[in-house]
Design a protein around this ligand. Structure first.
Ligand code: NAP
Ligand code: MG
Length: 398
């Protein structure tokens, strides 16, 4: 069989632990026998981040900006315990945060739906994609615990003029938080969401709490509305999709009653919380894909889950695990399909679609990773299948 040829390299970001093992298997069994893989490889595994003082992460993000498409393996975000385990010179930042800061992107997470794995919400028939604004709010807040006294919000403009607002007169100890966002970041977020909705031909919902937060959340609502009117309204009408703003609590109620099939744009904290709820409600965190989309269309694809540490320790002890590679396979298909679209290689897009179908067909026949076997309610007889065996069965269908 002739292998599919690529034109532009795909930026490949390798990672850690169990997902690093899956990564090598996916390439060996599912990609390299079929595609003459052209990739620019960056090893974001923690030992190499330590060795390069994390320069490799910055380099991989810059390469993504240059070429336009990346695929990323899950990586460890070090904490104190990891600093000891890996003998690190520093608690390196989360690679995802570094990459996001350089690409200025929005993260879209969508579940992979399989027959037999039923969402907890019976009305959900189609995926719900969640878009999380990944800048500011409480994630960049400053906080204080204070004794009795007066708390004020003070802003000094560049000419030295001050604006003050009393937050609270504390009669007894309490707590304070100051947070911010920027018009520029909200505008990028809005454009990424409108573009993603157009690309995927799905309605876009945006929710905030503008009735309570009349300056802060209202600014989000206004920026979305302005950009929609000026830049996207005509395109949305032509595509037959709609943009719709509603309060966050109303959105939650509507999401539960919906049948899915739309993009839900959320502020940073709402997106953090709601994405975990949606992942669980659709069945499994291991079936969530994640793509970072920059305002200029640059994309980085990955699985939403982490490095599956507990399985890795079992793997190191020589046990055979049935870890779920599906979201990581779909990160590869997402990236190959996007590369095929940009470089006009229909065979590559077709291969990505066939690999997705072969993966889901294999599950439908009853051979599946262990976590899905526990959830499966379909008619096939179920077998929890080790990773390599599962991938060989998929490859046999290609
Ligand atoms: P995790 O790796 O997502 O795993 C949490 C648990 O979820 C696992 O122990 C496993 O449950 C289940 N699970 C997740 N993915 C699975 C899969 N593909 N197949 C089967 N089961 C799966 O999260 P974590 O344990 O909190 O974090 C581990 C490391 O990943 C951390 O160092 C963290 O920094 C990193 N992380 C990276 C990313 C990223 O790169 N995007 C995201 C999140 C976390 P059972 O053990 O019960 O089987
Ligand atoms: Mg979270």
């Amino acid at each position: 069989m002739q292998k599919i040829q690529m034109k532009t390299p795909l930026v490949e970001m390798d990672g850690d632990e169990m997902t690093r093992i899956l990564w090598a298997m996916i390439k060996e069994y599912l990609i390299e026998p079929f595609v003459e893989l052209k990739s620019e490889y960056y090893d974001l595994g923690l030992p190499n981040r330590e060795k390069t003082s994390d320069q490799v992460t910055v380099d991989s993000a810059n390469a993504t900006k240059k070429y336009g498409v990346a695929v990323k393996c899950a990586t460890i975000t070090p904490n104190a315990q990891r600093v000891e385990e890996y003998n690190l010179s520093k608690m390196w930042k989360s690679p995802n945060a570094t990459i996001r800061a350089i690409l200025d992107g929005t993260v879209f997470r969508a579940p992979i739906i399989v027959d037999g794995i039923n969402p907890y919400i019976p009305t959900w028939k189609k995926p719900i994609t969640i878009a999380r604004h990944a800048y500011g709010d409480i994630y960049k807040a400053v906080e204080m615990q204070v004794p009795a006294g007066k708390a004020e919000l003070v802003f000094t403009d560049k000419d030295g003029n001050e604006r003050r607002e009393t937050i609270h007169e504390f009669k007894a100890p309490g707590i304070l938080q100051g947070m911010h966002n920027t018009d520029e970041s909200i505008e990028s977020f809005a454009r990424s969401c409108f573009n993603f909705a157009l690309d995927s031909k799905q309605d876009l919902w945006f929710s905030a709490k503008d009735t309570i937060s009349k300056q802060y959340d209202h600014r989000f609502k206004d920026i979305f509305a302005e950009i929609y009117e000026n830049e996207y309204k005509a395109k949305f009408e032509e595509a037959g999709i709609t943009y719709f703003y509603t309060l966050i609590d109303d959105a939650v109620a509507r999401v539960i009653r919906s049948e899915g099939g739309f993009v839900w744009a959320c502020k940073n904290y709402d997106g953090d919380v709601m994405s975990d709820m949606l992942a669980t409600a659709f069945g499994s965190l291991a079936m969530m894909t994640s793509v970072l989309v920059a305002p200029d269309g640059t994309c980085e694809f990955e699985a939403a889950h982490g490095t599956v540490t507990r399985h890795y320790y079992r793997h190191l002890k020589g046990e055979v695990t049935t870890t779920n590679p599906i979201a990581t396979i779909f990160a590869w298909t997402g990236a190959l399909n996007k590369r095929g679209q940009l470089d006009n290689i229909p065979e590559l897009c077709d291969f990505a679609a066939r690999l997705e179908k072969a993966t889901l067909d294999t599950v439908n026949e009853g051979t599946m990773p262990g976590d899905l076997a526990l959830l499966y309610k379909g008619s096939a007889e179920v077998k929890a299948t080790p990773c390599a065996e599962f991938m060989k069965l998929i490859a046999a269908k290609l």
